[in-house]
Design a protein around this ligand. Sequence first.
Ligand SMILES: [Ca+2]
Ligand SMILES: [Ca+2]
Length: 470
Amino acid sequence: MRFLLTILVCANCIGASYYVDSTASGSQDGSSWANAWTNVTQCTGLSAGDTVWISGGSAGSTNTYYLTAYWNPAAGSSGNPITYKISPDIGYNGHVEFEMSGTGINFLGAFNHVTISGDAGDGNRHMSLKSGDHAIYGNGANGGNTIEYFDFGTREKFFYWNTGAGVTMNNCRAYKWQSSAKDNIIFTYNTTEAAYDSIVFTNCFFYAPRTATTGYGDDLAKDMGTGVSFYNCYFEGYTTNYVYGQHQDGIQWLRGNYGKVIGNTFRNIGNYAVFCEAYHGGFTNVVVANNLAYIDYSELQGTTAPQGFVIAEGAGYISGKGTNSFFRDVVLANNNVIDYGAHKAFSLTPAGTGSTADCVFWNNVAANSSGTWTIHSTVSTNYNVMLDTTAAASAFTTYSEFGTNDYTPDSADTVLLDQGGNLSSYFTDDITGATRSGTWDIGAYEFGAGGGDPPAEVVPTAVVGTLRAL
Ligand SMILES: [Ca+2]
Ligand SMILES: [Ca+2]
């Protein structure tokens, strides 16, 4: 009897398993693969902690799940989400594709305490979205949600939510084509004061269109709000005949505190790689560190627009808020800006009569990026280096303009290697995720730390034109 009781308690603890398979032909009660529900919309009777395994068919094949309205997955509870996940089982670990039937339908609206996972254990994204309007749209997502290993596809609208927190998105991908309907991939503005890491993007890949010859193009992340973090993500502006009016920023942060931008890579962004723009007021508790921004496209380098990492008053600030703003506990450190030509790599300054307290500008390196930095006199400034192409070739393991380079300090280098200051009270790793030890190096890469390169993947073929049908 005691044994039985133990089993029951444990079963309740780990949650029950249910099954969804679009090809199932049994009783469709979700109790097994044979009797699986045939769509996620059929799921009923779920409890917090349960797992719904979804079949992608056999390896290499795709099961498509058609939705005629947005998916409203049943919610779990705090600490016990309901998990909707690709099955890792042989015969079911292919690919899950969601396809929206009809126009103007978003894939997800409000969702709470759910995990949606395309992780079959092999590092690939086993879930994707085809057609539909926004991938995620709404005021929901109020806690404990994870979306992972999900390819949101090639589309014009992705993520928009104007309140809420509690979303972690990891190992996802979004490739935006240009349109007049939306000029960003991620748009969120959580105006409620929140802690660090309330909304987290990690190891994700984002692509947005821009022109070759101006700074115009869609933003990749916009507005943001409080408690948003980006870790180890990849942001790229790809070239099109973009015809709309947005200036392309990698992350354009217009409001909010407790933000982290750490270990990310920004390639060929039309305007600013990161622009913390004090549009709604100043910033407190923001860390921008261990990031790499580079240009490897000569036409973009020749335009007037690109800049690296900028934390400053905005050009279009709200009167009485952004102007003369105050920054506290803002850290701009260990970032690399590469091949921006005559452009500016770094700014950390409020304008007008604004001031700062406890702000840090340390350990940054600008290579072949010779614009004069704008750093407020009240900011702690140390261990920053500007290198011309000759000095960069000496300092880095390998360097040539627009080259495929290794920005780890060369073993014989005396400019970056062991020349930085220790900021372990703010962060402890380098861009590869390896722990920094000993005397810190200047720049995003710590010599000898190992850990491999930051994320990179084969870049999809650029979408040239205005709209491309799926
Ligand atoms: Ca912008
Ligand atoms: Ca070192």
